[in-house]
Structures are given as C-alpha cells and as structure tokens.
Write a protein that binds this ligand. Structure first.
Ligand code: NAP
Length: 479
C-alpha cells in the first residue's frame, strides 16, 4: 500500500477527487507514492485562503518571516540526503545531483531568510519645497507559482522563498510528473510556523489547475518556469487580465570551443553541460560550436569521453547519467535524433534507447556532427541528452552562430584568450555567459534568466527577485 499525499490548503491537508501514482523512471515497477489531483474548486479555496491571509502576513513582523524561512532552510539542509534521494527516485537525476539540488533549495531559503530584513527604500528630494518623497516596495499580493519537472525542489524553492520573504501569499502548482519533492517541501513549510493560508499547494494537471490559477481574479501575479509554448499562452492570458507575469522558459544554449582552448577542459565542460542530468536542464549545452583548428581533436576526445559515461539507475553508485524522466520525453529525444539525421546530420554516438536490469527510460547520449544553424535540431529545444556540433572557421563565425537562435538563456566559451572571452561576454545575446565553465551550473544568490525566447519579465533569484515579488509605491509627504 503506497502512501497517499494530499493538497495543502488553508493550513489543512485536503484530499482531491483522485490519486495518481508517482513512478520511478529508473524502475517503472517502483511506485513512490500516490499524489492527489486537485480541481478548480480546491484551487479557488486555496486562492481565497491566500487572499484572507495576505493582510496580516504582508504587514506582519519581518523577524517572524525570517525565522520561518530559516527554519525551512535548516530542515531541508539537514534532510538533504533523504530529499535528494527522493528527487533522484522521482525525476531520474543521479543521487549526488539530487542531493546537490536539495542543498541548493535549503541554501535558497537561508538566503531569503536574510533578505526579509534587507528590503530597503529610498528618500529623494522633491522638486517642490516642503515636500518629501519616499519610494518603498510592497508585496505584490497573492502569487501563483507554476513549476516544471526538471528541478522539482530547487525551482519551487526559488519561487516560494522570495515570494514569502517579500510578504506575498502563495499558491504553488508543481509539475504533475514529479509532485513528490513539492509535497515534501510543502510538508516542511506546514511545520515552519507560517500562518494558515500563506502557503498553499494544489497538485494536478496544467489544464486542470494551472490554467484556472493563471486566470483566477484573486491572483495578482504568475511566476512560471516551463516550456516556451505554455509560457507564451500564459503571458497572453496575463496580459488580457492585466496581471504581472514572469516566465523562465527553454534554451538552445551554445558552447563555443576555440582553437586556443584547453582541450581537456573544453571536453569535460562540454560533456558535463550537454549530457549530465540527462541533458534535462534549461541551461544544457545542446549546440557545440567548434573552430576548425581544434575540431578533429575535440570531436574525437568528446566521443572517447562519452564512451566512459555510465548510464543507469539514478540511485545506483557510480552512475553518471540517470534515465530520461518520462516516456514522452524519451520519445521526443529519439524523434529529434531522427529529425537531425533526416536533415543531414551524422550520428556518431548514442541516440538509442538502452536496456538495464530494471525497466526504465534509459537513453545513450547522442552526438550529431555536420549540423547547421538552419536545422531544426539546432533551432528547437530537445531537452534530452542530445548535442549537435556546428563547425566554424573562427571566433567571429562562432559568435554569430551562437547568437543565431530564437533562445538566449546561457552561453559558454572555452578559450585561453582574454580578448575573445571579453568580447564574448559583451556580445553574446544570452542572459548568462560562462567562460571556461559549463553553461549549466549557477549560483543561488545572483540573478538567473535569459533573453529573447528564453525569458520574459524580470529576473529570478538573488536580490533581483524583488522586482517581480514586490510593487513600488511613491509617497509624497507635505509639511
Ligand atoms: P511545461 O510542459 O511547459 O510545464 C511547466 C508547468 O506548466 C507544469 O507545471 C505544467 O503542468 C504547467 N502547465 C501546463 N499547461 C498549462 C496551462 N495551460 N496553464 C498553466 N500551467 C500549465 O514544461 P515542462 O515540460 O514541465 O518543463 C520543461 C521545460 O521547462 C523546458 O522547456 C525547459 O527548458 C524549461 N525550464 C526552464 C528553466 C528556466 O529557468 N529557464 C528551468 C527549468 C526548466 P503539467 O505538469 O501538468 O504539465
């Protein structure tokens, strides 16, 4: 008998109409638990509870807020191994990657515990005599948070923590595929001392919970992370209803390797950011842009490194890459390999489903050569362990190809040249630029986000999170 997990609404655990099994993608026979499916009535109750809690929470004592967030962060960090194991079991990241993500979530709550006490305003001189001007930030209100499946604890954490720190009330709708980490986080929050209604969890499908959440008149803002297609529709709905919206979406992140790069370093960071976490990171390098002089050596060394990768059960020791998270994502990955080949790309490694001792969604990381920026494989996000190589003659061509994409999340360059590194930092059209580092892997206390089709609205994380989660008030004080 698997454990049943309910929604958290107005400080109570509430069962939905049905339950869905949460299945381990490394072992389809392993059911992690049953998670309830909410409905529009439960969602409405959650929004109403958040609205009722907002006046007291938004004007309440900031020390109490800081203490609650600190307590949540402390518990996550103390239980990082257990939470990281749950994450690996439900999403398919390896256990060390899962523990790393849980640690990040704990650190985020600790960071925003401090931010509760650091919100500042401005006093500026008025152009009128005898008048003072004050600029302050106030909480946005009740916010809807919609999260994807690939970072099931870190992304809920990096939305919930600033939302609460800046005095907002929250309704969280996590990805339907991986409700386990969001539920575990909600359970920790439920014991943190935060008043009933301030934080609410409503699990269920995007069409059933996400859509009414976006359109609910009691919601003041939506912070969404997920695909460009869903994000674009949410932006339109928010515009019609004049709601604040923040979208973090996909990537087609370039990794440039120049002739003067340190070969071993370039190979390691390319393999790491293309294939680790099964390539299921919005910041993964899916386009390796390589200059002529290093091309042969680089491609050979990448293939040799790929041959050493151990793909298997996410919970097993010594595994580099776990399974793809779902059957539909695996099918999408395999389809894109075929699309790339049909476009003229040459598959030189991986690209097929793998069998292991347990039935799971395993895939051999794929490397495609002879690709161009016109091909779909280089224009559309695959979101799996699939990388394509674009060969160019020099730095200028590499820069042009790196920016030749509808996306702009993260971009990397491997070079020993200060001149090219400096030029690339300034001229890359991505929100995050990496020099001699993988395109994936970022700090938790600084802004995260992209440009072009990757992001919309203000940045997430670090102090920049206050742009979305607060609204500015200008007060004029006469004599
Ligand atoms: P997705 O299909 O867009 O789903 C994201 C979330 O939106 C899920 O909770 C989903 O619910 C919900 N949703 C679906 N339809 C909705 C609707 N009509 N209204 C409101 N909500 C709706 O994305 P995903 O497959 O979970 O995640 C992968 C994508 O996320 C990739 O594109 C990846 O690049 C992106 N991502 C971006 C970042 C970043 O910070 N830039 C970070 C991580 C991931 P269901 O679970 O029920 O579908």
């Amino acid at each position: 008998m698997t454990q049943k997990h309910d929604n958290f609404i107005n400080g109570q655990w509430v069962a939905g109409a049905s339950y869905t099994p949460n299945i381990n993608p490394s072992n389809l026979g392993d059911v992690i638990g049953e998670y309830t499916q909410g409905d529009a009535v439960q969602l409405d109750a959650a929004v109403q509870a958040a609205q009722a809690a907002f006046p007291a929470w938004s004007t309440g004592n900031v020390q109490a807020r800081a203490d609650a967030l600190d307590k949540i962060g402390t518990e996550i960090l103390a239980r990082r191994e257990e939470l990281g194991t749950l994450l690996a079991r439900e999403e398919g990241k390896t256990k060390p990657e899962g523990i790393g993500e849980a640690t990040r979530a704990g650190n985020i709550f600790k960071f925003f515990a401090g931010e509760c006490l650091r919100l500042t305003g401005e006093i500026v001189p008025s152009v009128r005599s005898g008048v003072a001007v004050e600029i302050t930030r106030e909480p946005l209100g009740v916010v809807g948070l919609i999260t994807p499946w690939n970072f099931p604890i870190a992304i809920p954490a990096w939305k919930i923590a600033p939302a609460l720190a800046y005095g907002n009330c929250v309704v969280l709708k996590p990805a339907d595929l991986v409700p386990g980490c969001a539920w575990a986080l909600a359970e920790i929050i439920s014991r943190s001392g935060i008043p009933a209604g301030v934080f609410n969890l409503v699990m269920g499908r995007g069409s059933v919970i996400g859509d009414p959440l976006v359109n609910h008149p009691g919601i003041n803002g939506i912070s969404f992370t997920g695909s460009q297609g869903v994000g674009g529709r949410i932006a339109q709905q928010c515009a019609v209803n004049l709601k604040k919206v923040q979208l973090e979406m996909g990537g087609k992140n370039p990794q440039i390797i120049l002739d003067d790069a340190d070969l071993a370093q370039a190979v390691e960071l390319s393999v790491q950011s293309a294939f680790f976490s099964t390539g299921q990171r919005c910041t993964a390098s899916s386009r390796l842009i390589v200059t002529d002089g290093i091309y042969g050596k680089f491609v050979e060394a990448v293939q040799a490194r790929m041959a050493t990768l151990k793909i298997g059960d996410a919970l097993a020791a010594g595994i580099d890459i776990g399974p793809v998270s779902s059957l539909s994502q695996l099918q999408q990955d395999l389809d894109y390999v075929a699309i790339g080949q049909a476009e003229g790309a040459q598959l030189v490694a991986g690209g097929a489903r793998l069998e292991r001792t347990t039935e799971g969604f395993y895939m051999a990381p794929a490397l495609l050569l002879d690709t161009t920026s016109a091909m779909r494989i280089n224009r559309e996000e695959v979101f799996g362990p699939v990388a394509s190589v674009i060969r160019v003659k020099d730095y200028e061509a590499a820069l042009a190809e790196s920016n030749n994409t509808p996306f702009g999340l993260s971009a990397g360059i491997a070079t020993t040249s200060l001149k090219y590194a400096t030029h690339f930092k300034r001229h890359s059209q991505a929100g995050m630029v990496m020099v001699n580092l993988p395109t994936a892997g970022v700090d938790y206390h600084v802004p995260f986000g992209g440009r072009k089709g990757s992001s919309y609205g203000s940045r997430e994380q670090g102090r920049y999170a206050q742009e979305f989660f607060t609204t500015v008030k200008t007060a004029y004080i006469g004599a």
